[in-house]
Design a protein around this ligand. Structure first.
Ligand SMILES: Cc1ncc(C[n+]2csc(CCOP(=O)(O)OP(=O)(O)O)c2C)c(N)n1
Ligand SMILES: [Mg+2]
Length: 382
């Protein structure tokens, strides 16, 4: 623990969820569904960290522990046809969508039957059947903002009532791509929603050393867009703020930037011991763990029987055990397949004949081998 860290400026967030369960539009089944996705992500990442330390993973492990409520809250608000991209700390969004833990875990083992078929490691997921886009096309942080603006432009051109939701970290709000993407989206009033997770660090850099403003949302006036700040460890505060942002964008008013204050409970990756994180900051946020707060709220306020919750916790452990067995037993991709699956058509694209009415398809006959993909063998993942 660093002795030289200055005392952190701690916010005024309560250590409990305040919502009145009677005022919420959710039944018991839905409340437990939120919990199941968050709990599964936590169990998954606890295991992933252990596997990393055992030297069993290919590459690093970047965990989103402590940020589970932000992902679940936002993803629960999307309509059919809304696209989204996550960064490395949003696993609970995928589990909320029903993606199998074994399928995701296989990626950290570099296996063929994983979302990327062994093409890259566990960082960024895509699943076109589920409308999920991989954000990291070229390794550049914030590159997903102009891409999201592009998707949002296509929705507007096609008169589709959809939005693009892009998760992003605080550090990723500083590169130029962030500005170009938001500027363009604002000028054209595109349905782009940025969920900016202020988790207090970008690698080891605190916000005050990489942002000239206190909040990410303070950047919004420069783009003339809607913004809000909410407490990211309270699931219902996340949902409230994100819903307003999504409604704004979907109604044709242009982009929204929702900043969620939260905390990265682990280092940037599992190779990072977080020695630069002030003890007070860590304790403050660990006392506001989003899953523990939600669990307590369910029992004490929503009167959900502890037995139902414990059943979900046990099920999460079993799912993770099965996921490890499954992923370890899978084959590696064959070297001959290395040029396959570089591009994949979206299963939700308009049919070719309809597409002609919207824009001319771009075809490049010079590279036919790169556009060819084999039929998918894993129920839609590529
Ligand atoms: C343009 C660019 N600069 C630097 C990097 C290296 N890099 C990858 S992740 C990261 C920090 C990301 O911090 P943040 O956006 O706050 O996300 P968090 O890891 O906290 O979720 C950096 C600097 C990069 N990938 N691209
Ligand atoms: Mg960060």
């Amino acid at each position: 623990m660093s002795q030289t860290s200055p005392k952190p400026d701690l916010p005024d967030f309560p250590a409990e969820i305040e919502a009145d369960p009677k005022q919420l539009p959710y039944d018991k089944e839905q409340l437990l569904r939120f919990f199941a996705a968050m709990r599964l992500a936590r169990a998954f990442e606890e295991k992933l960290g252990a596997l990393y330390r055992q030297g069993k993973l290919l590459g690093a492990a970047y965990l989103g522990m402590g940020q589970e409520a932000t992902s679940v809250g936002c993803i629960s608000l999307l309509d059919k046809g809304d696209y989204f991209s996550t960064v490395s700390r949003n696993l609970s969004a995928w589990f909320y969508r029903g993606v199998e833990p074994g399928h995701v875990l296989a990626r950290w083992f570099g296996k063929d039957q994983s979302p990327s078929h062994g093409r890259d490691l566990g960082l960024f997921l895509a699943d076109l059947e589920n409308y999920g886009i991989a954000p990291f096309h070229n390794g550049s942080m914030a590159a997903w903002i102009p891409t999201g603006a592009g998707y949002a432009l296509s929705f507007k051109m096609r008169k589709q009532p959809n939005i693009y939701l892009a998760f992003t970290g605080d550090g990723a709000t500083s590169p130029g791509d962030f500005y170009e993407g938001l500027n363009f989206a604002s000028i054209h009033k595109l349905p782009l929603v940025i969920i900016a997770e202020m988790n207090q660090f970008a690698y080891s850099t605190p916000p005050e050393k990489q942002m000239p403003v206190k909040n990410i949302a303070d950047r919004a006036p420069a783009f003339n867009i809607y913004s809000e700040i909410a407490y990211g460890n309270d699931l219902f505060k996340v949902i409230d703020a994100s819903r307003r942002g999504i409604d704004h964008a979907r109604s044709g008013n242009g982009p929204a930037l929702i900043e969620l204050k939260t905390f990265r409970q682990r280092g940037h990756g599992e190779h990072d011991d977080m020695s630069y994180v002030p003890r007070e900051l860590r304790e403050f946020w660990e006392n506001r763990d989003p899953i523990r707060m939600y669990r307590r709220w369910m029992i004490e306020r929503a009167e959900i029987p502890a037995l139902d919750i414990e059943r979900i916790e046990e099920d999460a452990s079993h799912q993770i055990e099965r996921a490890v067995e499954y992923a370890e037993a899978l084959p590696y991709p064959s070297p001959e397949a290395v040029t396959e699956r570089l591009y994949a058509p979206s299963p939700h694209d308009p049919r070719a004949e309809d597409r002609k009415n919207i824009f001319e398809p771009i075809e490049n006959p010079a590279v036919p081998s790169l556009t060819a993909t084999k039929e998918r063998s894993t129920g839609g993942h590529f």
